[in-house]
Design a protein around this ligand. Sequence first.
Ligand code: G3I
Ligand code: 9MR
Length: 546
Amino acid sequence: STPAPPAQLFVNQVGYKSTGDKPVWIKQTVAQNYQLLDQDAAVIATGSTTAPLRWAPAEQALTRLALPKLTQEGHYTLRLDDGAEADLLVANTPWAELHHAALRSYYLNRSGMEILSEFAGPYARALGHADLAVKIHRSAATGARPEGSIISAGKGWYDAGDYNKYVVNSGISTYTLLLSYQHFSAFYQTLDINIPESAAALPDILAEIKWNLDWLQAMQDPSDGGVYHKLTSLGFNPMEMPARDNDERYVVQKSTAAALNFAALMAAAARVYRDFDAALAGAYEAQAIAAFGWAEQHPGVYYQQPSDVSTGEYGDNNLDDEFFWAASELFISTGEEKYQQKMNGYNGQFSTPSWSSTATLGLYSLLASDNNRALNAEKKLQLESALKALADSLVVTADAGNAMGVPMASAAEFVWGSNAVAMNQAMLLLNANRIAANQDYLRVAENLLHYILGTNPTGFSFVTGFGTKTPLHIHHRISEADAVVAPIPGMLAGGPQPQQQDNCAGYPSHAMALSYLDDVCSYSSNEIAINWNAPLVYVLAAFNQE
Ligand code: G3I
Ligand code: 9MR
């Protein structure tokens, strides 16, 4: 197998697209010469590096190699003066397998199902967390559902390295996968990722998404439309397999954030599934409308962690952006004036999406050509320029003289899950490119993918199983507790960020772009999560198109 590149050479370890740029970065302070060899060891190009630039997030000097355009598929070797060598793979579709693995990881993280070896190979496992008898927590007790009463809320995906299921984070995650299907539906029409539903008529990606939607449907109280914030055990359980976890599971507190994420996602889902199952789509839409109604009546019920609960919070005290997103989706679906008004009333910011910043997801939906017939021309222009302005500012940041060609520049990007910030930036650029074709948007989006796959100064390709130096000890209960040495493949590690909330020993640096630790201890840099993998799937699907 291919050796990992030496410590000072940062290449895309999975491969470069024959039609794209081939950025390589070198950590160094003095210029040196290089040779490029083809697979017969013939020198096909030589050059020398330019003066290094200090990249502030890494507190380090780096040089970019401007490799001549390598358009021929094949294996190449880059050799520096000092003897360091790295392998470069150039292919027409270097990231197809990676895309399929990133999507399949959702199946491997399903709750409430036995995972069979037929589909999972060595990652087969017994059923865990059926969630057919979940308790109403004290904080969630209302009306006909008093404390301790039981509901059934099976299926869904585990959120991350833990086994809990959170509605807020399911919103952006599931929506992002839905959008991937919508934007690249021809690609997904025939894609078989070998899941139990593969033989059925529904495209595999929609079958996978439905697994989570089935769970979400049960997170709404049908008597009032309110949506429980999460389904969880009281505390995080140990690193054990799902089937071994017998902790009591609860639904906890209805919240405005949960209702709005639910409403937005279900409204979007109704439009996608209508072609396959009109009754199901009708149910999604009715549930979305009811959840939005609950949120209108309870606009400020922020999540407050009960004293006996210590699992993930996904707390957010600014819900203007969630209102905008949900109102946008419901306006597209129903054309109703009341949603349009709420949407028009938004005067907050648009930004790179995250679980707590969802306004731009509304832009993605509103600006899709099928959806915006109902928008007036002036509003459409205003929203288009908002998205373009965001994309333009990402390009400016990426192209600044002291940047690494990516808009990962400051503490605002290097947060918990920074690798998903990068993938959401790329997804934003790709969406802007759909409404205003621009080579710079595509170039920076592709650079972000290179960054994730190895052109970053940690030297890691951050997707499990893909690359020559990849995370081996992710904070993921199944990967840690199962009998397989390698972690489940296709999952994006959270990535570097300087806060080191996990207090693990062994971080190589405090510099924000280097503060990453491949240790199971490190939940704040080395966990995985459904909202981090989803934009990776989208970006890979996009680059598989051309
Ligand atoms: O809200 C403040 C903001 O005001 C401040 O400027 C900024 C500076 O760092 O911090 C913001 O708070 C951050 C918060 O996310 C909101 O973005 C916290 O520092 C940061 O620690 C927090 O991280 C979240 C983490 O849970 C801890 O709560 C991550 O975004 C979130 O992805 C992560 O999610 C966890 C679930 O709780 C449990 N399941 C696993 C999952 C992934 O690790
Ligand atoms: O495993 C938990 C992970 O999924 C969360 O993202 C993280 C932050 O909320 O917490 C992890 O659980 C740790 C807990 O917070 C502190 N004790 C050690 C736990 C790791 O097993």
